[in-house]
Ligand binder design. Structure first.
Ligand code: AR6
Length: 168
């Protein structure tokens, strides 16, 4: 499995799936979530509402999938990262679950390429170094049959620097 780093906007990425750092409501928000819903159009929200009606909210660490509306990607995998509250062990486990469950969903759909944003490191305030370490470790440890490429999309300079170092 190839691991790649790209600096930029995840809504522009041509991958089988891009991952959204959503919240439990699945109804959109700010940050990358807002950008994905804005660029992807109302189809994504409509599918999120259908998922909510079926299963209720999406718990932290879990992942669900919708199509990608007007985006160049085929699917959006929505996962809910932990809000950082200083409980390092608990939050780290939950963040790991986000990456693992997203990869598992992509794998089960037979997808070949998946792009991740730096989940929880914006509005949810997860320390960026630790989040990067968890993200890279979880992806490297994932045993996959179908996934050929994982792209880490860093939007801010600090995350780009951290991921460059981690992937060196
Ligand atoms: N492409 C890629 N990465 C981005 C983009 C983009 N267009 N925009 C921001 N980022 P955040 P969280 C980066 O706050 O911390 C929402 O309101 C950003 O620099 O989007 O998981 C949800 O609805 C940061 O590194 O997500 C939730 O309520 C990373 O994406 C809450 O925010 C994650 O920042 C989730 O907070």
């Amino acid at each position: 499995m190839e691991i790649k780093l790209i600096k930029g906007d995840i809504t522009k990425i041509h991958a089988d799936a891009i991952v959204n750092a959503a919240n439990s409501s699945l109804l959109g928000g700010g940050g990358v979530d807002g950008a994905i819903h804005r660029a992807g159009g109302k189809q994504i929200l409509e599918e999120c509402i259908r998922i909510r009606n079926r299963q209720g909210k999406c718990n932290t660490g879990e992942a669900v999938v919708t199509s990608a509306g007007n985006l160049p990607a085929k699917y959006v995998i929505h996962t809910v990262g932990p809000v950082w509250n200083g409980e390092e062990d608990k939050s780290s486990k939950l963040l790991k679950q986000c990456y693992k469950n997203s990869l598992q969903l992509a794998e089960s759909l037979g997808l070949k390429t998946i792009a991740f944003p730096n989940i929880s490191t914006g509005i949810y305030k997860f320390p960026k170094e630790l989040a990067g370490k968890i993200a890279v470790e979880t992806v490297k440890n994932f045993q996959s049959e179908n996934i050929e490429k994982v792209i880490f999309v860093c939007f801010d300079d600090e995350n780009e620097r951290i991921y460059k170092k981690l992937l060196d």
